[in-house]
Design a protein around this ligand. Structure first.
Ligand code: NAD
Ligand code: MG
Length: 398
């Protein structure tokens, strides 16, 4: 048989929600590597305040629709796109329209709870969701999965750990899956003492040793709240019990995660610290496409280290386990309180370790809230947790 190039003949259509962020920029690089306009029809791109980049991306990809989440930037965007044939949109309704446009694949790469409503709209219309925004599953869990199922589309993880598990999870051997093992780099404070961690600045917290990412997730990696969200994300994504989820610190970030089976085998997925591999897999699944990313050189790596996480210095992991055990709305509450506390830390209003204190207090305060039965209840829990967290921030920073 003649050698065949792997690019599929018919262009697939794709939208990127959050195209101007770290995942978004990497996604458009993958799209270009996989054949650009010959392989993909780019439908909608969305950003927030970086209008210059959004316009540049829309022109370069031939997108049909470009949306800024920020209403006040609408005129700037519309003006910059005049004469290009690319339509401009803004605000929540613009994001909703972008997510609702016809198209095969929607890459969900908006940061935070702001990504939930548009991703949900894409799920409801049956798109294949390449999910980077972990907050969708952490806050809405089963309701989000129901929307994907009802829409008839599918969900493919982009988060590197979940992509790894997705790649080595033998779904026809469900009975034999004992545990999933999420790896964590440990972040910049892996070896710091509690005392040293008390006064860290945003600049030291954002300097991730291995991955280059957006600001919010970088701070979340330093506090390990990112791993906390990923534990909850994994429970929903893979339908496993909380006691089957383990976290292991692996400073080199080469093993992206693992699945342990009942015969003692552990399957791991490895790669360089480059999100383009996971993004490429998510948008090409079930096939694999050639990508220009760094190949692992095991002789040069020489060693891979693993160590148990320290839940005293990183209470975020303990709080994730509490949220998983309690169930109900605790995932949404943890996420909302953490987002509020993280922004307060980024604004210099609270200390690094106070983020976890605030999250724990809000979770305990709202422990009796039953599981949400509708998206309205999810948003109500989110709003209430933010309000309580903001009050605690005010109390501390006064
Ligand atoms: P980022 O901050 O670099 O980009 C966020 C994107 O969302 C940008 O396009 C921004 O314009 C847009 N945005 C910001 N606020 C918005 C709002 N209120 N409404 C609508 N859009 C808004 O973030 P990122 O690092 O690319 O992360 C995106 C998501 O992917 C997060 O949920 C993160 O946890 C997840 N994720 C990221 C990585 C990574 O390597 N960066 C890895 C795994 C998962
Ligand atoms: Mg991750």
């Amino acid at each position: 048989m003649a050698h065949m190039e792997t690019i599929s003949a018919a262009p697939r259509s794709i939208s990127v929600l959050g195209s101007t962020g770290s995942i978004g920029v990497n996604t458009l690089d993958v799209v270009a590597q996989l054949g650009g306009r010959d392989a993909f029809d780019v439908m909608a791109l969305t950003g927030n305040a970086n209008i210059g980049l959004l316009v540049e991306q829309a022109k370069a990809t031939g997108a049909r629709f470009a949306v800024t989440a920020s209403d006040k930037h609408y005129h700037l965007l519309k003006e910059a796109l005049s004469g290009t044939g690319i339509e401009a949109g803004a605000g929540n309704s613009g994001l909703h329209d972008a997510a609702s446009m016809n198209g095969d694949i929607v890459v969900a790469a908006i940061v935070g709870t702001a990504g939930l409503a548009p991703t949900l709209a894409a799920a409801r219309r049956g798109a294949t969701i390449a999910l980077a925004n972990k907050e969708c599953l952490v806050t809405a869990g089963e309701l989000f999965l129901d929307a994907v199922n009802d829409g008839g589309g599918k969900l493919v993880p982009v988060d590197s750990e979940h992509s790894a598990i997705f790649q080595v999870l033998e779904t026809d051997q469900r009975h034999a899956i004992e545990r999933i093992i999420l790896t964590a780099s440990g972040g910049p404070f892996r070896t710091w003492t509690l005392d040293e961690m008390r006064d860290v600045t945003v600049e030291t917290a954002r300097a991730h040793p291995n991955w280059s990412m957006g600001l919010k997730i970088s701070i979340g990696s330093a506090s390990m709240f990112n791993k906390a969200l990923e534990m909850i994300e994994a429970k929903h994504l893979f339908g496993i019990r909380p006691d089957q989820i383990e976290v292991i610190v692996h400073p080199q970030s080469i093993v992206h995660s693992m699945v342990g089976y009942s015969d003692g085998s552990v399957l791991a997925q490895m790669g360089s610290t480059d999100m383009r591999t996971a993004i490429g897999y998510a948008i090409s699944h079930p096939s694999r496409q050639k990508l220009n990313v760094e190949r692992l050189d095991f002789a040069r790596l020489a060693r891979l280290d693993f160590e148990a996480p320290d839940e005293t210095r990183f209470p975020s992991l303990r709080l994730a386990r509490t949220a998983l055990e309690r169930g109900g709305s605790q995932g949404a509450i943890l996420n909302a309180a953490e987002e509020t506390a993280c922004h307060a830390f980024m604004d210099g209003r609270i200390g690094f370790l106070q983020m976890a204190d605030i999250v724990e207090e809000v979770m305990d305060d709202m422990v009796s809230l039953p599981p949400a039965t509708s998206m309205e209840e999810v948003f109500a829990a989110d709003t209430e947790a933010r309000r309580k967290a903001a009050m605690l921030v005010d109390k501390i920073s006064r």
